[in-house]
Design a protein around this ligand. Structure first.
Ligand code: FES
Ligand code: FES
Length: 154
């Protein structure tokens, strides 16, 4: 079936089988490989994107559900000459190790700070509870969120 969706402010379309996930549509047909495919069960958050402004696990959403809708992925966050403040903070604190979880975390943190510019540590931990990282132990990720929050308020 033909799926047409507005991805990162650009209408894109491709043919996929009816059971294809939004993650498959993004990665395998459009070449947007920032969103990662780890569990495909909604457990790890590595595939997080926005669908009509709502944070979703794109492995759990059918591509067909995105037809005619707005999708924003991690690729939309940096501009040509500047990383997003959350991306900069992750690098600064060493919150990126193997990097596999990083795009999903970056999207989740950006979403959190869009809704709550001054989150407490408890709120940060709750917001990121659906994003699994096997490498960092989370402390540097929490530090990065605090730094990004401070910068984005200026
Ligand atoms: S790949 Fe979607 S939640 Fe893990
Ligand atoms: S940096 Fe490796 S899984 Fe998070």
């Amino acid at each position: 079936m033909l799926i047409k969706a507005r991805i990162n402010d650009e209408w894109r379309e491709a043919d996929v089988w009816p059971g294809a996930s939004l993650l498959f549509f993004l990665r395998e047909t459009l070449g947007l490989v920032g969103s990662k495919n780890a569990c495909e069960q909604g457990e790890c958050g590595s595939c997080s994107v926005w669908l009509d402004g709502e944070l979703v696990c794109s492995c759990l959403v059918l591509a067909a559900q995105a037809h005619g809708h707005e999708v924003r992925t991690v690729e939309a966050l940096a501009t040509d000459d500047r990383l997003h403040p959350v991306q900069e903070a992750f690098i600064q604190t060493g919150a990126v190790q193997c990097g596999f979880c990083t795009p999903g975390l970056i999207v989740a943190v950006a979403d959190l700070l869009e809704h709550d510019p001054r989150p407490s540590e408890t709120i940060i931990r709750e917001a990121l509870a659906g994003n699994l990282c096997r490498c960092t132990g989370y402390a540097k990720i929490i530090d990065a969120v605090k730094i990004a929050a401070g910068r984005m308020q200026k």
